[in-house]
Design a protein around this ligand. Structure first.
Ligand code: NAD
Length: 351
């Protein structure tokens, strides 16, 4: 196994691994450990080149630093990528080699499943390193992150309602959910219980319909859900849904959902602000999963009650983000970036 270091300004450590025996070609990027060990998922993707993989791992690991800083998890930001096709290139040998690569970071990088990797892959990884989370419940781990992500989005929505309507009460409020998958489903149940009225859409019509049956919601066409007249629009499917084409057609005062990279570009956050729409920055409101995992890596081990209490940080963090945005006259996405940077600066100054 050959491991080399790659230098990049602004990143603490980047390593590249090639292992001809297992076929492993992978990168680990540790962006920042000021606040704690760098936690971030392991992505497997058929990247066209090492450069493409490096670009992705750099971008994703930096994003994890910001997400964890605002969520106050006591963790830093990192990510790893395996160059390969998750459908055809997986083997036990490959993930054992990846486990050894992760282990060579000595605990500065902690991994979890991500796009292209699964719980089963993490179980193989565990043979070679203890620095892995997202294992099955029976292995003392925190399990599926989706219910936690949904709970965090629900709590974040309350902060949004308070900001826009002066009350966090969901009764009689309408919420449109784009995507009734893992997160969308749990989110719809919380909202229904709290008295909200739901509009639901999914490209899998059955999924939307069965959730509508369960929650008394109304099914909408997936091409129309984003433009539904509602109190909260919750993107829980795809990224980049807020762009020059869609923005003028929105009929909601609040955007708050689980999907990653909802804004096509950062400037679309400013356009939302100018349109008088409150945007809950994606990486702040969808941090429930990472908060849950952060409890798993605490020395005392995983504790569900503690995770539940800590997801409350999302409500608090959003309140702070909205405050900064108002004080400084900036978009909420810019405000959350500044909050993360402020926390990193304060921690560096203390160290
Ligand atoms: P999922 O794959 O379980 O669900 C996504 C759903 O969206 C699917 O049911 C899919 O059919 C539907 N969909 C796809 N395209 C659509 C469209 N154009 N219109 C309507 N529906 C469409 O994924 P998930 O785990 O629920 O995650 C949802 C989003 O939240 C993703 O963007 C994910 O990256 C993000 N996220 C998830 C978590 C988590 O804990 N699962 C954490 C953070 C962020």
């Amino acid at each position: 196994m050959k491991i080399e270091t790659i230098a990049r300004e602004g990143y603490e450590h980047i390593a590249r691994c090639e292992d001809p025996e297992s076929g492993l070609r992978a990168l680990i990027s540790i962006h920042d450990t000021t606040l704690g060990p760098a936690l971030g998922g392991m992505r497997m993707w058929p990247y066209a080149s090492w450069d493409d993989a490096l670009f992705d791992v750099l971008r994703l690991s930096k994003g994890m630093t910001y997400k964890s800083a605002v969520a106050d998890t006591g963790l830093g930001g990192g990510k790893s990528v395996i160059l390969g096709n998750p459908k055809t290139d997986k083997s036990a040998k490959l993930f054992e080699a990846m486990g050894s690569f992760v282990d060579s970071m000595g605990g500065r990088y902690i991994t979890a499943e991500d796009v292209g990797t699964s719980v089963e892959d993490m179980v193989i990884l565990k043979r070679k390193t203890k620095w892995v989370t997202g294992l099955p419940h029976e292995m003392g781990s925190s399990g599926d992150p989706s219910p936690w992500t949904a709970l965090g989005v629900f709590r974040g929505m309350k902060a949004c309602l308070e900001e826009v309507f002066g009350s966090g009460d969901f009764k009689g409020k309408t919420v449109a959910i784009q995507g009734c998958g893992h997160v969308g489903m749990y989110l719809a149940r919380h909202l229904h219980e709290a008295g909200a009225k739901l509009f639901l859409a999914d490209i899998s019509e059955d999924r939307a319909k069965s959730l509508a049956d369960e929650t008394g919601g109304q099914v909408m066409d997936p091409s129309e859900i984003l433009f539904a007249e509602c109190d909260i629009m919750a993107p829980c499917a795809l990224g980049a849904v807020l762009n020059d084409d869609t923005l003028p057609k929105l009929r909601t005062p609040i955007i708050a959902g689980a999907a990653n990279n909802v804004l096509l570009r950062e400037e679309h956050g400013l356009k939302l602000k100018e349109a008088g729409i409150l945007y809950a920055p994606d990486y702040v409101i969808n941090a429930g999963g990472i908060i849950n995992v952060s409890i798993e890596v605490e020395p005392s081990g995983y504790d569900e009650a503690r995770a539940r209490a800590k997801v409350e940080n999302i409500y608090i963090a959003l309140k702070r983000v909205f405050e900064i945005a108002k004080e400084q006259g900036i978009s909420t996405n810019e405000a959350s970036n500044r909050l993360a940077e402020e926390r990193l600066r304060a921690a560096s100054a203390k160290a």
